[in-house]
Design a protein around this ligand. Structure first.
Ligand code: GLC
Length: 454
């Protein structure tokens, strides 16, 4: 009987493997295959939400101000009650902005779990709020057709078995009381892996696990990363992972390391990210809308909608994604300043999404007036900055089928001869001549010209 069972199990495992050959495979080809939807999606929402929304001084407040568990929990854990939280509202906000996925901090460095974890009492269901936010969140996202991402901090400033004295970041790093403290690291790893297992088991299909972060010797195998990743990929065969568990190298993106995509933070890479062989690597820049990830009412340095749109186009033109952050307040609401910006971005995306979704780098240079994205069938000229002169496509006269204004599909006329050039080889789109077509630019932020190719 036991033999029959073992044989059946083996057949089942072979079947699962055949369904998903890439599951535990970190080759370049598997990463490219796994990340296909993510690379098409291009635009996602990051949500930083936790106890730290109450102090409103960013998610690092416990470390920066060296706050003890007792003080932190008395002030924030005991009072956490975001009674205006509405997962559907968050999902709608993301969707209307043109985003295709969301990544929420299931647990940040403070160690507080937004779900009903069985590994600790330090969880949302033990606060006055009581509800399991992760459950409501995954359901609301799926209802809107958005992909589900979870951020998980492998660092934990609440757990008794996490190193404290002389750790680089722990709130108690300077507290002599912890100098000779004995901790049980294996116990911490068991706990941490246990939490990840719950997230990968109890909430249906998870599309992204966004681990954060590694530092000093706290990286790679210190986290038992190999085992962790294997567990995650076994439970969620098509999940994609970021690169912050840190491999034995530095970024976790090296051949055969765990990361499916790179994660530049608060910056846009100069050019498309590639591996040593020059092959493009998937990447996603994460960016705050003001200067803070977690809610910070003192921080009013908001980015404008045009800056967000230009940044998104910039990412896409280099084969990358933009993960744009919001930090809901202590009542669970995404700040009005953020939703206003996102609404404006969404308005542009609604008309011009075709130049973003499923698009990537083109072979065209960058110009004073802006940049190109491409989906292989069309080139999209993003006219973003005031500049003199039209759009010139060198050696393109044989390649162009038609040109249109993306926002309404109307015809844009072009020529193949122009001032001093009678070769007939080049294409000139006279964007700013009133008698021709569009003057002034119909979209002040970014007017997109679609050049359909033969
Ligand atoms: C950093 C910070 C963290 C933030 C993250 C976003 O790693 O520790 O607070 O969540 O970046 O990328």
């Amino acid at each position: 009987m036991k033999k029959v069972y073992t044989a059946l199990l083996l057949i089942f495992q072979i079947f699962c493997f055949a369904q998903n050959p890439a599951a535990n495979d970190n080759s370049y080809e598997s990463k490219i295959k796994r990340t296909e939807w993510h690379r098409d999606a291009r635009f996602g929402m990051f949500v930083h939400f936790g106890l730290y929304s109450i102090p409103s001084r960013g998610e690092w407040v416990k470390s920066v101000e060296k706050i003890t568990n007792e003080v932190y929990d008395e002030a924030y854990f005991k009072n956490f009650n975001p009674y205006l939280f509405d997962a559907k509202e968050w999902a709608r906000t993301a969707k209307q902005a043109g985003m295709k996925y969301v990544v929420l901090t299931a647990k940040h460095h403070e160690g507080f779990a937004l779900w009903d974890t069985k590994q600790t009492d330090y969880k949302i269901t033990n606060t006055p709020f009581k509800r399991d936010i992760i459950k409501e969140y995954v359901e609301a996202l799926r209802a809107e057709g958005l992909k589900v991402g979870l951020y998980f901090s492998v660092i934990d400033w609440h757990h008794p078995d996490y190193p404290k004295f002389k750790d680089t970041h722990h709130p108690m790093r300077g507290n002599e009381k912890y100098k000779d403290e004995k901790i049980n690291w294996d116990n911490y790893i068991k706990f941490m892996h246990g939490q990840v297992k719950e997230l990968c088991t109890n909430y249906g299909k998870i599309d992204i696990m966004w681990f954060d972060f590694s530092y000093d010797e706290m990286k790679g195998e210190k986290w038992k990363a190999k085992e962790l990743v294997e567990m995650v990929r076994t439970l969620q065969p098509s999940i994609i992972l970021n690169n912050r568990l840190g491999g034995d190298g530095t970024t976790g993106m090296e051949e055969n390391s765990f990361g499916d995509f790179d994660t530049p933070e608060q910056t846009i890479p100069e050019k498309a990210i590639t591996d040593k062989l020059g092959r493009p690597l998937p990447w996603e820049s994460c960016l705050t809308l003001n200067n803070s990830w977690g809610y910070n009412r003192y921080d009013n340095n908001w980015k404008s909608a045009p800056l967000v749109i230009h940044t998104l186009v910039n990412c896409v033109s280099k084969n990358g994604n933009l993960l744009l952050n919001v930090g809901p307040d202590a009542l669970g609401r995404i700040p009005k300043q953020s939703t206003d910006i996102l609404a404006e971005v969404g308005n542009w995306m609604q008309k011009n999404g075709k130049s973003i979704f499923g698009c990537g780098a083109s072979t065209m240079p960058r110009y004073d007036w802006g940049i190109f994205t491409s989906n292989g069938k069309s080139l999209f000229a993003h006219r973003m900055y005031p500049a003199i002169g039209g759009i010139v496509l060198k050696d393109y006269s044989d390649k162009v089928k038609r040109v249109n204004l993306l926002q309404d599909g109307s015809e844009i006329r072009y020529e193949t001869t122009w001032w001093g050039d009678n070769t007939g080889k080049n294409v000139y789109i006279n964007v700013d001549r009133p008698c021709y077509q569009t003057f002034p630019m119909p979209d002040k932020i970014n007017t997109v010209f679609e050049i359909e190719l033969k």
